[in-house]
Design a protein around this ligand. Structure first.
Ligand code: XMP
Length: 515
């Protein structure tokens, strides 16, 4: 089986990132809340190493998370980070102190003495990222201080014999210069993990597991064309072939060529692909509707109705598959995430689809791993690296009432803008990453002139954002030449557009989408 690291979650904000950094070393890591596991559970699970995460608290706060100190005596190597470092000191009998004048936030120079395996290959002085007020004033018996900063007398400590290590800084964030090296040192040299978490291997094992589980059963998947459901479909297609039925509902508010691209991508598998052009039944109830939330609701309800119809035809299935991925699992508290997600994802699907069990073959994977798996399965790059696209599609990018004409105009303008951004990105000419970029059709018309004639057409707004998590976002500083080219091409190539503008608001105060 895989080597594996437990990321014991005490509530810090970077905990998913720690697991990702470990996995970048091709070692499996899972995040488990300190509430959901015991020392016996850790022992039974056979972890090769444990990382205590940061947390928002002080160890002396009565409400702060604590853990059974016996975890330090299991003989499993432990690395404590920030709060986890202080907690380790506290649990082992050291002294943690709170002093405002010792607090450090941001980039700080850390100096290590050179004797620690944890710092092997890391320069004696390097920049690390800190965020703390409490600090370890006295290390526990058997521990030694291995690094300091000007403010902090214990930036790192260890009991090498017992393989217990603590660092006050955050090695998982990119601002820590040699953070990846430190995590590598811990995982590979101290824990002795094998680098066997690889997507080709995961792919092979998953296919075997799905086959063993599904047997002769039938599997149903709602395919949206997004990255997660597409990769899930490809994995299942490879595993069970024609016992998989994928339902792709085209609600008429997809991007240009999207429906045919999805269909083509799956044509090489012998699966039951049901592609439904349901645009008429979606557009009808949207007539005259201008309020964004109402649009969303109508589309959600219609989607359920359409899917209900299809599932009646299909009859009962054994398994309902879903493209739930690891961040969804973590965010839903690692509880019974299957139930939470199925409603969250597809609007109550399991309530009317007659099935025995949900299967979620991607539930251990981060987004970048899902993309890697997709490549492994031979899905085309345009599907695998697709940017996020809202469920209601172009409906929330056509301001005001939705009509076929407006959707067609937007589809063309959007395709041109994306083509321009893609071309610049491909040549490495974007000064910063454009993480989501699209066009919006405004409900206002403006006067223009083409040839000798006056025109009176729609205004297209271009939007591109740079973001890590889509919770906050900045507008992308796209090159002027790119904007100029889009500004020329769109009114010339798309009938009905007389003006193009670029959106320069960040989130907050705006949102990524216009509705
Ligand atoms: P906002 O507009 O809230 O968007 O800043 C953040 C991210 O969420 C996507 N988004 C949606 N996705 N259904 C979805 O599946 C929706 O109704 C929806 N609204 C926004 C948006 O594209 C961006 O990536």
């Amino acid at each position: 089986m895989y080597s594996k690291i437990l990321v014991l979650d005490f509530g810090g904000q970077y905990n998913q990132l720690i697991a990702r950094r470990v996995r970048e070393q091709q070692v499996f890591a899972e995040v488990v809340s300190f509430r959901n596991i015991t020392v016996e559970g850790i022992k039974a699970a056979g972890y090769d190493g444990i990382i205590f995460t940061g947390g928002p608290n002080s160890v002396y706060d009565p409400a702060s998370p604590h853990f059974d100190p016996a975890v330090l005596d299991l003989g499993i190597p432990v690395l404590g980070i920030c709060y986890g470092h202080q907690l380790m000191a506290y649990m082992a009998g050291g002294e943690v102190f709170s002093a405002a004048d010792r607090s450090e936030y941001g980039k700080v120079t850390v100096k290590h003495a050179g004797s620690s395996l944890l710092f092997s290959g890391i320069p004696a002085e390097s920049v690390c990222w800190m965020s703390h007020t409490d600090y370890v004033k006295q290390v526990p018996a058997g521990f030694a201080v291995t690094a300091v900063t000007d403010q902090c007398p214990c930036a790192a400590m260890e009991n090498a014999e017992k393989k217990l290590y603590g660092v006050q800084f955050h090695p998982e964030v990119t601002h820590t210069e040699f953070g990846t090296r430190l995590i590598r040192n811990f995982v590979l040299d101290i824990c002795g993990c094998a680098q066997n978490w690889r997507m080709d291997d995961f792919c092979r094992r998953s296919i075997e597991e799905i086959r063993a589980k599904v047997g002769d059963g039938k599997v149903l998947l709602a395919l949206s064309g997004g990255v997660d459901s597409s990769v899930c479909a490809a994995l299942l297609a490879e595993a069970v072939g024609d016992r998989l039925t994928c339902v792709f509902v085209d609600h008429g508010m997809m991007r240009k060529n999207e429906a045919s691209e999805v269909k083509n991508a799956f044509s090489r598998w012998n699966i039951n692909f049901i592609g439904l052009d349901a645009s008429e039944s979606f557009l009808e109830p949207l007539k005259g509707i201008t309020e964004p939330e109402r649009k969303r609701k109508i589309i959600g309800e219609e989607f359920i109705r359409v899917f209900e119809g299809v599932s009646k035809q299909i009859g009962s299935v054994d398994y309902l598959a879903q493209g739930t991925i690891y961040p969804d699992v973590i965010e839903s508290g690692l509880g019974d995430s299957a139930v939470i997600k199925s409603h969250h994802n597809v609007g109550g699907l399991p309530d009317f689809v007659d099935f025995k069990e949900i299967i979620e073959p991607l539930r251990l994977l981060f987004k970048d791993e899902v993309r890697q798996l997709g490549r492994e399965l031979g899905l085309p790059e345009y599907l695998v690296s697709r940017q996020p696209f809202p469920g209601p599609g172009l409906a929330i990018r056509v301001m005001g009432e939705i009509t076929r004409e407006k959707l067609d105009i937007l589809r063309e303008a959007d395709a041109i803008f994306r083509e321009e951004v893609d071309a610049y990105a491909k040549k490495g000419l974007l000064p910063e990453a454009a993480n989501q970029y699209f066009a919006v059709l405004l409900d206002t018309r403006s006067v223009g002139v083409m040839g000798d004639a006056r025109t009176y057409g729609y205004t297209v707004a271009l939007r591109s954002v740079t973001t890590d998590d889509f919770m906050t976002a900045d507008w992308t500083r796209l090159p002027f030449e790119l904007l100029a080219s889009a500004g020329t091409r769109i009114p010339n190539e798309v009938r009905g557009v007389s003006r193009v503008v670029y959106d320069i608001t960040s989130k907050p105060p705006a949102t990524v989408e216009w509705e």
